[in-house]
Design a protein around this ligand. Sequence first.
Ligand SMILES: [Zn+2]
Ligand SMILES: [Zn+2]
Length: 441
Amino acid sequence: MTVVDARPDLPDGVGAGGPGHDVTTRVREGRHAVLLSDDGVRMSGVDDLGAGRGPSWLDAWLAGNIGDLVAWRRHLHANPELSRQEFATTDLVAGLLKSVGLRPWVLPGGTGLICDVGEGDTCVALRADLDALPLPELTDLPFRSTVDGACHACGHDVHTTALLGAALAMAAAPALPGRVRFIFQPAEETMPGGALDVIAAGGLDGVERIFGLHCDPRLEVGSVGTRVGPITAAADLLELRLTSPGGHTSRPHLTADLVHALGTVITGLPTLLSRRVDPRSGTVLVWGAVHAGEAANAVPQDGVLRGTLRTGDRDTWAELSPLVAGLVESLLVPTGVGFDLQHRRGVPVVVNEEESTEILRAGVAAAVGAEALTSTKQSSGGEDFGWYLERVPGSFARLGVWSGEGLLGDIHRPTFVADERALPVAVRVLVHTALAASAAH
Ligand SMILES: [Zn+2]
Ligand SMILES: [Zn+2]
């Protein structure tokens, strides 16, 4: 099988992989598509678990395009791009959207794009993220990453492709109840995240509700996990730099004992936080790095401490910065060392709004049946979708990608794999959620 990419501006062989999974490009009958050529990656064999559930235009679009959907995903998977470098991914999505007459606009940073389908003063937004992680891929997939040290270990290739499919399917609908905005966001994996770029570019203007899905390898394909209230955690970075005049360890009273001061903060700050913050908030500070000194008999002149501070409670997150600053000061002032604390706010807690979550659940039930619905726990991971929900109501759900066989994996692992039957499930859920939300005006 050959393949394709109809973007005329792409050179032949763009994204070509290593032996056994070449990707070639050519124009196929004037339409945009990317298919992989390797015999091991036939496009058939991906079942549409929601087939026949309607509406008829969605059934027809999936029946006609499920092979391309899988192929686009495999192309993205083989050609991962890191945060704010998603140029080819942006090009691919933009080209396919334009090929059906849509008019996507690329964000000012050159990666990420937004595209509206349908008419209306206000709209419902659906969001996917485009970026890969700086990790090597350690799977034996025939379409595994061809880029050293980068892979789609968080499933954003699945998110991107599913949202693309939803946009193309809705563009093929004879009529829509309202306008739907498709947000292909760059840079979810970095701080500050690309959600802020989308918002700064006006991506939320006129948006009444926003929805998103994320791959969950601990949930079986065909299932969607939803939750009202917090579903992820907030995560901040702390970096503390200490300075001292230094000196001989025989005379600590004549200098400021920097290593002792570091130790005081290493144990003191997490302990004090556990007594000053409501333990039900799930707030935890864990240090990941400490560096200072070399000689056994010399007090060093500088040192650094880095860690992450997480909380599962939105209100607590808002109060942490001044609290941490005050506690660090109270721990270090008596030691005499100089200090500089950098508290980098990360992402807010994703807090799912109740009515939006009901709409999403209705979307899932219509898309693949009510039996697909399951509850999900709050994760201690961060997700920059939280920035959107600080501004408009919405809901974020977990998309099952576990095949049902073998060990449960996890995202952000080099061995992460997603069952591709999740692609048509996600397309159906996104489309039906948008329809349900538009109807709920
Ligand atoms: Zn991730
Ligand atoms: Zn992710």
